[in-house]
Design a protein around this ligand. Structure first.
Ligand code: BJW
Length: 224
């Protein structure tokens, strides 16, 4: 059985990583236009670096939770039949043991060179970073996908979503495209669709089944 699991910030919430749109979420304290658009970065790179540097540091203080671990166990069972498509920029799927993970919105622990496109692993602060280690030019930016930019690996994701038998979305609000459109794409391609979320999302009506509750309980239950 080919399975695609789309994950969002909710799967990492119980690890202590802040979501975006929930109460107390990242967008409550920041204007999206300022910290998550290329225009915001051009306007005030220091503000944007501070935002991502703080989140990169916070990532060192948290670890995967039972939901991440259950998906790693599912990969043990299904191998190449499972693909995790995550919108998250944290590395908690990998730290739980998952290997087949696509980070469609990039990775906090990488930088990206605006000149040559290199994506070096990066654990230090990016504010005051040296030039690109690959080409020695230009500024490094966080390797994340901002509004108006094209997410990573869309062809691979499209093939997996249209070819799967089961599509599961975990902890995502369905507010951001193209990820929010994948349930409709999977359904129109004949897959069964299941949503796991603390509460119904903006796209719940497109799923065959919706289970509400914390991911750290629902995902292990699904995989058992
Ligand atoms: C729990 C829980 C627990 C809590 N257990 N659950 C079509 C229609 C309309 C607009 C567009 C469209 N297509 C494109 C757009 C424009 C735009 C967009 O979507 N705008 C919307 C605001 C309408 N999209 C883009 O610009 C994208 N690019 C693009 O489309 O390029 C063009 C193109 C596409 C395809 C082909 C060719 C060209 C890029 C979007 C980039 C998004 N970037 C961000 C920031 C990344 C870096 C960073 O981390 O800072 O990605 S924004 C932010 O939102 C982040 C997330 O990945 C993303 C989604 O958020 P997520 O994960 O769903 O989190 P929340 O907080 O929203 O929800 C948390 C959920 O968890 C809630 O539901 C809770 O209930 C739940 N939860 N605790 C289970 N314990």
């Amino acid at each position: 059985m080919r399975v695609v699991v789309l994950t969002g910030a909710g799967i990492s919430a119980e690890s202590g990583v802040r979501t975006f749109r929930d109460a107390g979420g990242l967008w409550e304290g920041h204007d999206v236009e300022d910290v998550a658009t290329p225009e915001g970065f051009t306007r005030d790179p220091e503000l944007v670096h501070r935002f991502y540097d703080a989140r990169r540091r916070a990532l060192t203080l948290v670890g995967p939770n039972p939901a991440h671990r259950a998906l790693a166990a599912l990969e043990e069972a299904l191998g190449e039949e499972l693909l995790v498509v995550t919108q998250n920029v944290d590395d908690l799927h990998e730290r739980a043991g998952s290997r087949r993970v696509v980070h469609m919105h990039g990775e906090l622990r990488r930088a990206r060179c605006e000149a040559c496109g290199a994506r070096p692993a990066w654990d230090a602060d990016l504010l005051d970073a040296p030039p690109c280690p690959a080409c020695g030019r230009a500024r490094l930016r966080p390797d994340v996908v901002w509004f108006g930019e094209v997410p990573y690996e869309l062809d691979r994701i499209h093939a997996a979503v249209t070819g799967c038998d089961l599509f599961v979305a975990v902890g995502t609000s369905g507010a951001v495209y193209p990820a929010a459109g994948y349930v409709a794409l999977a359904a129109s391609s004949g897959a069964r669709t299941l949503e796991l979320n603390l509460e119904p999302s903006e796209v719940s009506r497109y799923f065959d089944e919706v289970r509400t509750g914390p991911a750290a309980r629902l995902v292990p239950q699904l995989v058992a």
